[in-house]
Design a protein around this ligand. Structure first.
Ligand code: FE
Length: 138
């Protein structure tokens, strides 16, 4: 489970979000505009969380500025926690494996799935899909 020991493993920014449940500043995250094929994994424990196939550009006011996903890569990869911190009911999304804070999930009309996983870049690491030998070689 994620705990204070992670202070040694994580950067200060990662710790603020993954452990202390902070939010990175909008438009500051490194994966906001990433369109490469691959898998987004937990920045703390490396568990696979979101495929690049479910990443989309949100147009929802107030929710742009962070990477947006329509669905989780595998059922059970994340857990949902009720969050009333901002005087409104939100659903927090945490890594099932380590409990690290990832972001929140909302209902969204402009999402292909109707769900908008609004996830901090700093909570993620990106693992690009390896090119198959002999295909699309550059
Ligand atoms: Fe994790």
């Amino acid at each position: 489970m994620i705990n204070k020991d992670y202070k040694n493993k994580l950067s200060e920014e990662q710790y603020k979000v993954l452990v202390e449940k902070g939010t990175e500043a909008p438009f500051s995250g490194k994966y906001l505009d990433t369109n490469d094929k691959g898998m987004y994994v937990c920045g703390a424990c490396g568990a696979e969380l979101f495929s690049s196939d479910s990443k989309y550009d949100s147009k929802t006011p107030g929710l742009i500025g962070w990477p947006s996903f329509g669905e989780v890569a595998k059922d059970g990869a994340v857990k949902f926690v009720e969050d009333n911190k901002l005087m409104m009911k939100r659903t927090e999304v945490v890594c099932s494996n380590c409990g690290g804070h990832l972001g929140h999930v909302f209902d969204a009309d402009d999402s292909p799935t109707g769900k908008h996983y609004c996830i901090n870049s700093v909570s993620l690491d990106f693992k690009p899909t390896q090119q198959q030998p002999g295909k699309g070689g550059k």
